[in-house]
Write a protein that binds this ligand. Structure first.
Ligand code: FES
Length: 102
């Protein structure tokens, strides 16, 4: 048992194998952000996503998104609950709270 195809049949299988390989590559590239990246789609045109806030502007409390799915990123909008339910993940926000100093 082996690959004993006549020369003309190889020319039939090469385009099929190329098409299958290309389809696998395209599917992999489409899935890669979802399976390998923490950030699926926030500011993907930037080399690095950085936000700066002044501590004085925080107010009494603030929730910072750590799931990277918030529509108000970097602030938490609660969408982590749907993400956790869908994926079985357990991410949640970083909650900042101003200490009452008298
Ligand atoms: S929306 Fe991302 S942690 Fe809440």
């Amino acid at each position: 048992m082996g690959f004993d195809l006549p020369g003309k049949e190889w020319t039939t299988y090469i385009p099929i194998a190329t098409t299958v390989a290309l389809a696998i590559y395209v599917a992999w590239e489409a899935m890669r952000p979802k399976i390998g990246w923490v950030n699926p789609d926030i500011q993907k045109n930037e080399e690095k996503v950085v936000h700066t806030m002044d501590v004085e502007d925080i107010g009494e409390k603030l929730s910072i998104c750590r799931c990277w799915r918030s529509k108000t990123f970097p602030l938490c909008d609660g969408i982590h609950k749907a993400h956790n339910k869908r994926t079985g993940d357990n991410v949640g926000p970083l909650r900042l709270k101003r200490r009452n100093v008298s």
